[in-house]
Each structure stands twice: as C-alpha cells, then as structure tokens.
Design a protein. Structure first.
Length: 170
C-alpha cells in the first residue's frame, strides 16, 4: 500500500485524474482477489502472496484517488466536512468489511464444510473464496459507480491538486 501511495503521488503530479486512479485501484483489486481465490486450488503460495500484495496496492490507489477527489472539491464552507466524511467513510467501511467478511465466512463454513452444499465445496478454502467472490462483485459495483460520479464532479472540482503535505487543508 505504501508503494502505491508513492506511485499515486507521482501519477497525480503528472496529471492523472484522481478518480481514474481510484478506478485503477478497483480493477487491480478484482485481479488481486481472483489471484487469492485461485491460489488455494492451485496450491500456490506465490500466487497468494502476489494477490495479497495487489490487494494492498489497489487499496492504496483507491484511497489516494478518493482522498484527492475530496480535497479537490471547490473551496467553500463544507470542504473540511467533505474530508472528514471521507475519513469517516473509510474507517467505517473498513471496520464493516472486516466484520462482515468474518460473519459471512462463518455462515458459509458450516454448510460448506459439512458437505451440505456438495462435495466440491467441502474444502476449508471455500468459505474464504465465497467472501472474496462477494468482494469482487462489490468492486464491479464500485467501478460502475465511478463513471457517473466522475461526470457529476466535473462541474464541482477545481484544478487537480497533487498529493503531498502541502496540499492538506490548513
């Protein structure tokens, strides 16, 4: 994720649009979760490591892209509120995702591991795989929403800022 922060800063300084960077993070996430899913059946620790690394990398791009979008909203009395909302949403979504992922894994475990859903799913990797498939679906929903958001923000965004300490609101 830290490497992605640095590469995102470099891309933004070269004129990359922030929401396109966020979309690139979501696309990386799709491939990353797919790699983690396939790592189990292929018994490939290296594929798992690559997938886990790309999850962090995509998350870094997405976080920077959405933060810069919030920072680039027009000046006004609510710019600080937008940044605060971004932070609250990030923290809340991360907490909810971790909790929901754990609950879903537990819910899928009993029927899968008992064989109730068939012998093919009777594998300890399958509950995690089910959760990661849901994550991939949510990333596709995110990608579908970024386009309209990009169009609606064009009239509300001032010049593109870089990513650094100097750009933080004071």
């Amino acid at each position: 994720m830290l490497i992605a922060f640095g590469l995102a800063a470099r891309a933004l300084n070269k004129g990359q649009q922030a929401l396109k960077l966020a979309a690139a993070g979501a696309v990386l996430g799709v491939f990353a979760f797919a790699a983690v899913i396939f790592a189990g059946p292929l018994q490939s620790p290296d594929l798992f490591r690559i997938g886990a690394s790309l999850i962090g990398f995509g998350g870094g791009f997405f976080a920077v892209g959405t933060l810069i979008t919030a920072m680039n909203l027009e000046q006004g009395p609510y710019k600080g509120l937008a940044l605060g909302a971004w932070g609250a949403v990030q923290a809340s979504a991360a907490g909810f995702a971790i909790a929901a992922g754990g609950v879903l894994r537990d819910l899928f475990s009993q029927p899968m591991l008992s064989g109730a859903w068939g012998e093919a799913l009777q594998n300890p990797d399958m509950p995690y795989s089910a959760v990661y498939h849901i994550e991939i679906a949510m990333l596709f929903i995110t990608l579908a929403l970024i386009g309209p958001i990009t169009r609606s923000l064009k009239s509300h965004v001032t010049h593109q800022q870089g990513f650094g300490v100097a750009q933080l609101p004071g």
